[in-house]
Design a protein around this ligand. Structure first.
Ligand SMILES: [Zn+2]
Length: 102
């Protein structure tokens, strides 16, 4: 098996074992909490164990945020520089303050 097995998604254990069960029935399991995944023939077993949909979703989200952050910074820097931007900010702060005193 050339592909590396990720640590256990449940306990973080790093002792992940691959076992042949009843001849060809293979499983990958955590030797600490015994969480496991199985396949009928062992095909895609490592990929199955390494699948972390929620983790992958969060990683994509974080990467998107990191990508967008410089543009947001640039936008606000431009906004603070322009007279119209300053007026917009003042207006927004005033509206926010009014709501706060109601
Ligand atoms: Zn575990």
């Amino acid at each position: 098996m050339s592909e590396k097995l990720k640590p256990c998604p449940f306990c973080g254990g790093k002792d992940i074992q691959i076992a042949i069960k009843e001849g060809a029935f293979k499983k990958a399991y955590c030797n600490n909490c015994y969480a496991e995944v199985q396949t009928k023939d062992g095909i895609g077993l490592v990929e199955k164990w390494n699948t972390r949909p929620e983790e992958d979703r969060l990683r994509r989200r974080m990467n998107a945020d990191l990508f967008v952050r410089p543009f947001i910074k640039e936008y606000f820097e431009e906004l603070f520089k322009s007279p119209r931007g300053k007026a917009m900010i003042k207006d927004a702060v005033d509206k926010f303050s009014e709501k706060g005193t109601e």
